[in-house]
Design a protein around this ligand. Structure first.
Ligand code: GDP
Ligand code: MG
Length: 815
């Protein structure tokens, strides 16, 4: 707990002294060091300051000072709901050793440019599997991880990437707030060695902040490959931050990096010191004058660097201004600031912000001049050569479409082989249970419900993994950023942005993370439209339905049909976003800035992990929502059983069996017919039959029977459930060996016509592509757009659009 939280007479062991600069020095000189025991004596009449005893001295500290000292009393170990109830008796030694353990917790934040390798570093250090991709803006949330190393516990936070900390974008604000409020003990500044100048700009701002930093010089492999010479040790001494070369992709240098973190944390590093960037005569004078006034303020947080605050004020930083606005001397301070801003403007003949930016780049440029010698080899040669083709005006688009086509063709064709094996496994398993069990509801639940439902979906696992591998290859290699780049013009015509393209392609995998990734888009309007049309991108949950129907009714042109469906979704997204842009969310557009990172060969390890992650996610979905839904659908389909009618059919069947006048073949045929009729009648009258018949009028004009209608309703939870429901409702002749595909192809309605024709299948495919995004997506839309209004809007417009499209296709096709 904080020292300020101690009660009179209570004592604790100091485990951490936060804060910086002069304050820290003074506090430590007074004897407030790690491992020492402090006792609280009394509070002054006005609650502040408080008198403490340390090493037999009595010292008074202000509350704001005592808040920066962390102590361990032993009380922390008691359950939170009844602190102090249990008298905890700890020997002095035990308390000391526990305190020692507590002091070995280091909070570390990863800060750096987008795409500098923060998440890769985070993953390899903490053993987690956060998303990595070779384009800006993959990480949108702070992610936390924990691990132990050399007796220390590290709490690691992966933050979104930023180029600076000047509070322009939500990310920058977020990172700065985390540095201020989250008070990490150490910041690891991840610097990409392949672009030092730009990356070190952020470092310069950290220096201004007087933050405690260790620099991870990441992508060191690329620097070495380029043949560059970099005396990073000297640079480390210039900036006062230890620098450790790392290759986050492979884990090289990571132990050394955390060794340095420990050194700095324990204040043993010979390199760590506070450096001032020299902003030149005029600006420094301004800083000095404003700082002097700030120093006179009593209320300024003890932990804020007055120099940093002065810089913020001179730069016109809004957050800095807010911090000062409430002070008694605010007026005087702002007046002084304005005077110096004017001086600087006159001197530089440009605005103050630019003067600061130039000075920072000057500092970096100077430091690099002395330490860095660029390599002869153009490390980006390959990248430039590939880009000549990929971003080429004429070749760019065909190449992109070719890649997309290969992706869908591959998904369809490559996936077909393992799919057959799984199909056989499912059939073998079903037959095994069939022979094992007695007829009855339990057997029906197992075979028709669980195996029929889950089994019909699980066969598509290979296809989905293949699709994901294609998408993650695009992300990891850097192609995604190019695709967004060549699409920018086109996307702008849609009323969107090049950056919108990435969430749209990611939507092919799953709409939920895709909608979250829209956070890379700066403009609120563009972001909203991208969210609204995202569910038109066919996610991988729709893939099983497509594969089933395409495989059954368009087997000759499978890949092409699949491609066509995806294209239809994209076209609709284009049309809808134009409409939304025009009528719903009007507004200004921001110019397009999209980085093109160098191509990087995705590591096999990463690809493998993507594959496994998806496989296990898919299996979890099978064991979870799909299984539950299958059981519910089975229940709705199996009950109620009409015993009277059952007996009627059973009696007819036994009559035929005993009828000697019939030939064996004829009797077999009649029995089969009766069995089928019995099943049909039972289904018609089951709960699901009632639901299906209820909505049948709505779906009949689209060419669907009540069974399809019922499947569509169940598919609202997750689209794969459409397949599992079809698997349960269309039992065919009760022969479990027959593949669902075959059953669909041969299913006839009571009037003897085939239920599914290619036209019905096409209409159904379209409907499933467009209608109701799954529940998880609706929730994601609500979260990211900030209101249920938009979530509801998407539900309504997609369902209406789906109906209209299918209606048009079916009616026109029927002519
Ligand atoms: P973040 O945006 O800072 O979180 O960066 P990521 O961790 O997502 O990594 C961006 C890209 O750089 C990915 O393609 C990584 O595989 C790649 N990468 C990360 N670290 C290294 C490294 O040390 N060397 C090389 N060559 N590539 C790296
Ligand atoms: Mg990241």
């Amino acid at each position: 707990m904080k020292l300020s939280e101690l009660k009179p007479g209570q004592s604790g062991i100091i485990i951490k002294v936060m804060g910086r600069g002069a304050f820290r020095r003074r506090i430590i000189e007074m004897g407030f060091v790690k491992g020492k025991k402090v006792e609280m004596l009394t509070k002054a009449p006005l609650q502040d300051p408080t008198v403490y005893r340390i090493m037999d001295y009595e010292v008074s500290l202000r509350k704001s000072e005592a808040e920066l000292i962390e102590v361990f009393t032993g009380e922390e170990l008691l359950p939170a709901n009844e602190p102090g109830k249990l008298p905890l008796v700890l020997s002095e030694d035990k308390l000391l050793s526990l305190a020692n353990e507590q002091s070995k917790v280091i909070n570390v934040a990863l800060v750096g440019n987008p795409n500098s390798g923060k998440t890769s570093l985070f993953n390899i250090a903490s053993g987690t599997h956060e998303r990595v991709g070779n384009y800006s803006g993959v990480t949108v949330d702070a992610k936390e991880g924990k691990f132990k190393y050399k007796g220390y516990t590290f709490n690691l936070v992966d933050l979104p990437g930023t180029y600076s900390l000047s509070v322009y974008s939500p990310e920058e604000l977020y990172v700065r707030k985390h540095i201020f409020d989250g008070t990490p003990d150490i910041i690891i500044n991840v610097v990409s060695a392949s672009n030092l100048e730009r990356n070190l700009y952020l470092t310069a701002q950290l220096i201004d902040m007087d933050a405690t930093v260790v620099i991870a010089l990441n992508m060191y492999d690329e620097l070495e490959k380029s043949g560059a010479k970099f005396d990073y040790q000297s640079l480390a001494e210039m900036v006062g931050y230890p620098i450790v070369p790392t290759v986050a992709k492979s884990g090289k240098g990571i132990p050394e990096l955390f060794d340095q973190v420990i050194e700095v944390y324990e204040r043993r590093s010979p390199i760590a010191r506070h450096v001032h960037i020299n902003y030149g005569e005029e600006i420094e004078t301004g800083i000095r004058h404003v700082k002097k006034l700030l120093k006179e303020e009593d209320q300024i947080g003890i932990d804020t660097s007055c120099r940093y605050l002065s810089i913020l004020l001179l730069e016109g930083d809004k957050v800095g201004e807010r911090m000062v606005a409430g002070l008694p001397g605010a007026k005087k301070i702002f007046k002084e600031r304005d005077i110096h801003v004017q001086y600087i403007r006159d001197d530089f003949r440009e605005d103050v912000e630019t003067a600061f930016t130039d000075a920072r780049y000057g500092f970096i440029g100077g430091a690099l001049q002395q330490t860095f010698k660029a390599g002869k080899k153009d490390s980006l040669k390959i990248t430039h050569q590939i880009d000549k083709f990929v971003t080429n005006k004429i070749l760019g688009f065909p190449l992109f479409f070719l890649f997309m086509f290969v992706m869908f063709e591959g998904t369809f064709i490559l996936g077909a082989y393992p799919m057959q094996w799984i199909e056989q496994l499912v059939a073998v398993f079903g037959n095994f249970i069939d022979r094992l069990m007695q007829e009855g509801p339990l057997k029906s639940l197992l075979i028709d419900g669980m195996i029929g439902g889950v089994g019909s979906v699980i066969v598509f696992l290979p296809n989905i993994v293949i699709l994901y591998l294609f998408i993650s290859f695009m992300e990891d290699s850097g192609y995604m950023a190019r695709a967004a780049f060549i699409m920018d013009k086109f996307m702008q015509k849609m009323g969107l942005h090049g950056k919108s393209f990435i969430p749209l392609v990611m939507g092919f995998g799953c709409n939920v993370p895709a909608i979250m990734s829209t956070r890379i888009i700066e403009s609120r309007n563009t972001r909203l439209i991208t969210i609204l049309v995202n569910s038109l991108m066919s996610c991988s949950a729709r893939l099983p339905v497509y594969l089933l129907l395409v495989g059954a009714f368009f087997p000759k042109h499978g890949g092409l049909a699949l491609f066509g469906l995806y294209i239809t979704g994209i076209l609709l997204a284009i049309i809808m976003s134009r409409i939304f842009k025009k009528f719903l969310v009007k507004g200004e557009d921001l110019p397009f800035v999209m980085e093109l990172p160098p191509y990087r060969m995705p590591t096999l390890k990463a690809m493998n992990r993507h594959g496994w992650d998806k496989t296990s996610q898919y299996l979890k979905k099978m064991g979870g929502i799909i299984l539950v839904a299958s059981i519910i659908v089975w229940f709705l389909e199996y009950f109620p059983q009409n015993t009277g009618r059952n007996r009627f059919y059973d009696e007819r069947i036994s009559e035929i069996m005993t009828d000697k006048t019939l030939s064996a073949a004829a009797s077999k045929q009649q029995i089969a017919l009766l069995n089928k009729l019995k099943k049909e009648e039972q289904k018609e009258n089951s709960y699901i039959g009632k639901i299906g018949h209820f909505i049948e009028p709505a779906v009949k004009p689209l060419g669907f029977d009540w069974k399809i209608g019922a499947s569509l309703i169940s598919g609202m939870a997750a689209k794969e459930i459409i397949v599992s429901t079809l698997g349960i409702i269309y039992t065919g002749d009760g022969d479990n060996d027959t593949l669902l595909k075959k059953r669909l192809q041969t299913e006839r309605s009571p009037d003897g016509n085939l239920v599914f024709t290619p036209l019905v299948a096409a209409s159904l495919l379209l409907f499933i592509l467009i209608y109701f995004p799954c529940i998880a997506t609706v929730a994601a839309i609500k979260n990211e757009s900030g209101s249920w209004k938009w979530a509801l809007f998407v539900v309504v417009y997609t369902t209406a659009l789906a109906w209209l499209m299918s209606f048009a296709v079916y009616q026109i096709g029927s002519l």
